[in-house]
Design a protein around this ligand. Structure first.
Ligand code: PHE
Length: 517
């Protein structure tokens, strides 16, 4: 069976832009700030940096190296290095990633809705929404939930899926064309925001919160789980997308260097985003109390609503903030769609057009689930609508567990079945920066042990009921049945990801040709 033309990145810059475009996303601009805040600002700092150097960078090298060595997307590349069990892990990772893609795109739909609102409606007097607890300053709160409790986000979800379809329709060439604009613009917008943030009175103080370490909190395993999952998510690890991206590189590519560059750019962006967000929050004495999404949809806008300079400044920075989120999010979501498209095209020999059309149709349906508008919890402290509640629950399993599980398995497969040394030798072949045996030790022992430790601690606190109990009291009576939903969503997530992964693994077979060099 002949393979479809796979394509190749036009230049190294194009690849770095695309990989950093994938890495830099909503995770950098809001999830990081929200996590850092949740875990006490500076307390997050050290676990995060340790996670970056000990886990993030080595695994990024692994994922890049794997794609480059096999020149195939994730499942087939794992098949080539570890056989059928490897392939199953690859598909499972992609199925887990698909769950994340579905809600990632829903969130992008909301971002688009807020962008439209930032031109005017968002800042106007809030329309009285019964049951909603209006904050005293600014109205983004009310606007966001008014939007969420309508069907409007569905339209935006259709648009965002359409845009994704357009951007991956020609694979790397259309992605590369888009990221050449998106990524530089993102940096520019971020710099404008940070300059505005730190030049506000008291803005600088916010930054200290981010940089003052707190060693006592570091004894809490939850902080480590938070830092580990954040590193996986923000660096786009455990999704299989970076392997797909590096499979389109020329033979002499320097993967070690690419990984160092991409991860440093990503985490640099993340830190300056944190500085901007914290500066704005502190300047206006805003204390974020709610979830991650609240940070992006009303806490930051609430700060923007108070910027000096009147309407032009407020509307200008409001539009800028949501446009930044949109560009960052799109350059990430295309990589998710591409990671899956490349894998399906590689194995089932379908045309790219067909694969992408299919994903967009099913994707839109899936993302629509998270736009369900019924109001579940009027107190707005966390779960506002049915869709948002489901999103939170899905995120809990796919993000906090799924990515770590993939990370663990890929280290075991590549480290033990294929051989960490073999991978390192491949990486070193074209790299100026030569990895030594410490790399093998990290992949084979250190990373798996750390991930297992964090997972075990997480399951322990899960069994102690910490997670479920956070939700139960908040449901209104009509939706009390949702109290059992963490388990229901866990079951659906497990059955669907394992089932589909098995189906993809055992249906069809790869042309038995080894490495096509
Ligand atoms: N890294 C992206 C972010 O920080 C999320 C993402 C992961 C995107 C994997 C694509 C693939 O938002």
């Amino acid at each position: 069976m002949p393979h479809h033309e796979r394509g190749q990145w036009g230049s190294r810059v194009g690849f770095i832009l695309a990989a950093s475009g994938s890495a830099i996303g909503l995770g950098n601009i809001v999830f990081f700030s929200a996590n850092a805040y949740k875990f006490g600002g500076g307390a997050f700092y050290l676990p995060y940096l340790i996670a970056l150097f000990v886990i993030g960078m080595p695994i990024m090298m692994l994922e890049f190296g794997l794609g480059h060595y096999t020149r195939r997307a994730f499942p087939e590349s794992l098949y080539k290095v570890a056989g059928k069990k490897g392939e199953f892990v690859g598909w499972w990772a992609l199925m887990n990633a698909s769950f994340i893609t579905l809600y990632y795109i829903t969130i992008l739909g909301w971002v688009m809705g807020m962008f439209a609102g930032a031109a005017g409606g968002l800042w106007k007097e809030a329309t009285a929404l019964t049951g909603f607890d209006m904050p005293s300053l600014g109205n983004p709160h009310g606007y966001f939930f008014a939007m969420l409790s309508s069907w409007r986000p569905l339209i935006f979800v259709v648009i965002v899926w359409g845009l994704n379809g357009l951007l991956v329709r020609r694979g790397v060439s259309s992605i590369e064309a888009a990221v050449r604009w998106f990524v530089p613009l993102m940096w520019l917008f971020m710099i404008l925001l940070i300059v505005r943030g730190v030049t506000l009175e008291n803005g600088i103080q916010g930054i200290w919160v981010l940089f003052t370490p707190d060693f006592t909190v570091m004894r809490d395993p939850a902080v480590w789980q938070g830092a580990f999952s954040q590193i996986f998510f923000t660096l786009s690890l455990g999704f299989g997308v970076l392997t797909a991206y590096s499979s389109y590189l020329p033979k002499d590519a320097d993967n070690t260097n690419n990984a160092i560059l991409t991860s440093l750019m990503n985490c640099g962006f993340e830190y300056i985003a944190g500085v901007a967000v914290f500066a704005i929050l502190f300047a206006f004495a805003i204390v974020p109390t709610a979830s991650t999404l609240a940070m992006m949809f009303f806490v930051v806008p609430q700060g923007i609503a108070q910027l000096p300079g009147g309407d032009p400044a407020i509307i200008g920075f409001g539009l800028l903030f949501f446009l930044l989120l949109l560009l960052a999010g799109l350059s990430s979501s295309v990589s998710l769609v591409e990671g899956l498209a490349a894998s399906v095209i590689d194995k089932f020999n379908v045309s790219r057009r067909r694969a992408v059309t299919l994903f967009c149709v099913f994707g839109t349906l899936g993302s629509a689930i998270f736009t369900l508008p019924h109001v579940v919890n009027p107190s707005l402290s966390d779960n506002g609508t049915l869709g948002l509640t489901l999103l939170d629950l899905t995120d809990h399993w796919a993000f906090s567990y799924g990515l770590l599980i993939v990370g663990l398995l890929e280290c075991l497969l590549v480290g033990w079945a294929f051989g960490a040394t073999r991978l390192r030798e491949h990486l070193n072949k074209n790299s100026h920066f030569k990895l030594n045996v410490i790399y093998d030790v990290l992949i084979k022992f250190v990373i798996p042990i750390l991930i297992i430790y964090v997972l075990v601690m997480a399951v322990k606190s899960e069994l102690a009921g910490l997670y479920g109990s956070a939700y139960v009291p908040n449901f209104s009576e009509t939706f009390s049945w949702l109290a059992g939903s963490p388990m229901a969503v866990l079951l659906i997530w497990l059955v669907v990801t394992v089932g589909l992964a098995a189906l993809f693994t055992f249906k069809g077979s790869y042309p038995d040709e080894g490495r096509d060099s």
